[in-house]
Ligand binder design. Sequence first.
Ligand code: F0G
Length: 471
Amino acid sequence: MKVKKSRTNLSTTGQQRQRRSWAEPYKIKMVEPLRMTSPQQRRRAIQAAGYNTFLLRSEDVYIDLLTDSGTSAMSDWQWAGMMLGDEAYAGSRNFYNLEEAVQEHYGYRYVIPTHQGRGAEHILSQILIKPGDTIPGNMYFTTTRFHQEHAGGNFVDIIIDEAHDSRSLHPFKGNIDLKKLERQLKASRVPYVCVAATVNMAGGQPISMRNMKAVSQLCKKHKTKIFLDATRAVENAYFIKTREKGYGERSLKSILREFCSYSDGCTMSGKKDSLVNIGGWLAMNDSSIAEEARNLIVVYEGLHTYGGLAGRDMEAMARGIVESVDENHMRARIGQVEYLGQLLLDWKIPIVEPIGGHAIYLDARRFYPHMPQDNFPAQTLAAELYLDSGVRSMERGIVSAGRDKESGANHHPSLELVRLTIPRRVYTQAHMDVVAESVESVFRKPRKPRGLAMTYEPKYLRFFQARFRPK
Ligand code: F0G
């Protein structure tokens, strides 16, 4: 199953060359045709989209690696669950199934569904953050930081320095720097520490169990809570299993439970690990926070037993949680990401290392070393990749980082990346080959673009809807 250096994964035993490939632990029951486009069509489409891949029509995309969020393929068992939706306004049977699945797999006492992850982030931030509070976190995530700041808080990055270096091979680049954390806990008012499992913006990098335990001890000492962003916590559990001493024989399920036990609750986007197209939840162990959350949820999301979801959505998510900790599933999921990453590394394409959980991150600075960051190298690279092959990716650099809340100046993140995000159970290894070949062709292109200028900047989370023109 593990992808070796060679593409064909050949191993030699004695005289015989034995081929031992790995394959996806499922077969395909239904297909969705892909549309191929011509270079002219793609040129027109990206112009019309203002050089922002978020504004392309999905119909104009060949292989869609924009995000792994809500784009996964559900299993026949999940689809069967969709037919068992109990669409009662209150007390749907599917809510209780979801509640039970969360309690069993994540271990939290109280569970409140939300329409997706940011719904949970909104409610949690409104309950716990007072103006002037500081929320330390292991690198920002766009919507999470937005809700923290919207509630009057200040986000402070406390991730280890290695996370900001695309070449560092640290196996747990998602770890929290305990000194940075302690400084914040001593100097500021911290309602909770926000810990992300597999840090998206750092390249899908995990946090170790040891670090999580240490963070928990420090927070206990300072009487501060920890809320986890559990969006990709099962993927994090896989990295603990494969990289951390003492966890190799443990099940993903038990690693996940232990990991969550060091926190007081979590926000969750079910659209990732839990293999659904829509859904999320908020969970905690403290009954008074749960009560406040139930009060707010009726205002913003819906009754506390549906939180903006249909009964069928909750059922699919409950079943997705069970499937997400399946060892074969997770090995194939991370294995596919690793396959694509290894191919690019073999071809000397600059990507963030080690290879992360849900995506390959191209280092746009090393694609276009002469381009100033204010010309949006990653945004440019995402457009170039689309023009080359119809592969859709996403900018994760200066555009995503946005502006400072106080001064209005652009943040200049050290990482200027393009994310090739792999949906779960959707594409085959052959698709990964096509993607790698297109990335290589863009990397080797002798004529380099000059970059882009922003022509429209939305007020919030600008990367979603900003428009650009070539320089
Ligand atoms: N936290 C993390 C780490 C995420 O990656 C996301 C979403 C959210 C929270 C918010 O969840 O979308 O359900 O509201 N990430 C998507 C992405 C959008 O493409 O990485 P949501």
